[in-house]
Design a protein around this ligand. Structure first.
Ligand code: ZN
Length: 148
């Protein structure tokens, strides 16, 4: 846990400190770094779809099966893999066409899509269910909880 946002060299002072959280690789494998103020802000803002703690934690869940690929197979039944891939790609296209309220960062890759929609799913479950019933239903099965 860091006292503030940090830069690529993990420094919390000086310039270019635009990172709020990350999941490590190499020597930092299986570790997560979070800015404490950013973590708190993610849970304090009730109407926000953003939560760096959830975002980075979901990257770790994704990584638990050995592959960071947007398919959290350590917690996901095999039967949901294809439906998830299909829904994910449909929604990524909508984001790219500016036809979705999901954070555009989620369209950068399958990996980021999983983390970004999970933030929305856990932070604003009712709204997410209303706007994205299919995604909600599948994530509720993957995470084994119906938060809405
Ligand atoms: Zn990410």
């Amino acid at each position: 846990m860091y006292k503030d946002s940090f830069n690529e060299d993990h420094q919390t002072e000086g310039e270019k400190r635009n990172i709020l959280g990350k999941v490590g690789s190499g020597d930092m494998n299986r570790l997560m770094i979070l800015s404490l103020p950013a973590l708190r802000a993610g849970f304090a803002l009730k109407d926000s779809k953003n939560n760096v703690g959830i975002h980075e934690f979901v990257h770790l869940i994704d990584k638990a099966d050995g592959a960071v690929d947007g398919l959290p197979e350590s917690i996901m039944s095999q039967q949901f893999v294809l439906p998830w891939l299909n829904l994910m790609h449909q929604e990524i296209e909508k984001i790219k066409e500016n036809d979705s309220d999901i954070n555009p960062y989620g369209a950068t890759s399958q990996i980021e899509f999983l983390s970004v929609v999970s933030e929305y799913f856990f932070n604003q479950p009712e709204k997410f269910k209303e706007k994205h019933p299919q995604l909600y239903s599948l994530l509720a099965k993957i995470y084994a909880q119906d938060s809405a």
